[in-house]
Design a binder for this molecule. Structure first.
Ligand code: FES
Length: 211
């Protein structure tokens, strides 16, 4: 049976470039796909003067298309400025791979979203966000749609695990309907903190689980 994948996809899947965590990274992001529950993390080392991506790596918990797309995206983004890298889209990534099966489009979108989220993370943690709107409950909820509930592989919001969000005087409190002793509680707490702490006007994040 012939493979639905191009030679280039197979090459990047079998020999992914720039894999692993990045020592000295100054930005990172993890995005999950609501379509399949897979995840991609992107790490960036950005030159603080030129705003050029000096180095970029990824970790993937996804399928062959996901790994191949994340791999090619690291090659496309390396050496670009943040503004240039932000313009890389899934079509450019898919074209660079010699095409992807239509059913796998969400896999390349996921890798592109992770790159954009890592760029956003750099800008937020380095005071580069131009439009500083006060953080709202809606914004917190939007970000928490990217935190996966590992019990079912869908996000926290969709699986109705969030029971409350309060934003008050720089403090964000998130209530999660999961016992604190659950094996995934610490992971979920860390991911919530990673998504909310970079917001420019947030000085404290508290995640409350049930007893
Ligand atoms: Fe999940 Fe490809 S099927 S990322």
């Amino acid at each position: 049976m012939s493979s639905p994948y191009s030679e280039k996809v197979l090459d990047h899947f079998r020999n992914p470039r720039n894999v692993g965590r990045l020592d000295g990274a100054n930005a990172k992001a993890t995005e999950g796909s609501p379509a399949c529950g897979d995840m991609v993390s992107v790490y960036l080392k950005v030159d603080d003067e030129t705003k050029r991506i000096d180095n970029i790596t990824f970790e993937s918990y996804g399928c062959a298309s996901n790994i191949a797309t994340a791999s090619i995206i690291t090659e496309l983004a390396k050496g670009k400025t943040l503004d240039e890298a932000r313009k890389i889209n899934w079509k450019e990534a898919a074209d660079a791979l010699g095409g992807l099966p239509a059913i796998k489009v969400h896999c390349s979108v996921l890798a592109v979203d992770s790159l954009r989220a890592a760029i956003e993370n750099y800008e937020e943690t380095h005071g580069l966000v131009k439009e500083r709107r006060p953080t709202t409950v809606e914004e917190v909820r939007r970000r928490l749609k990217k935190v996966m509930n590992p019990l079912v592989g869908l996000d926290l919001v969709k699986t109705e695990l969030l029971t409350g969000i309060v934003v008050e005087s720089g403090k964000v409190t998130v209530a999660v309907d999961l016992p604190v002793a659950n094996q995934f509680a610490n992971n979920i707490r860390r991911e919530i903190m990673e998504k909310i702490e970079p917001l420019w006007d947030v000085s404290e994040v508290e995640v409350k689980f049930t007893e």
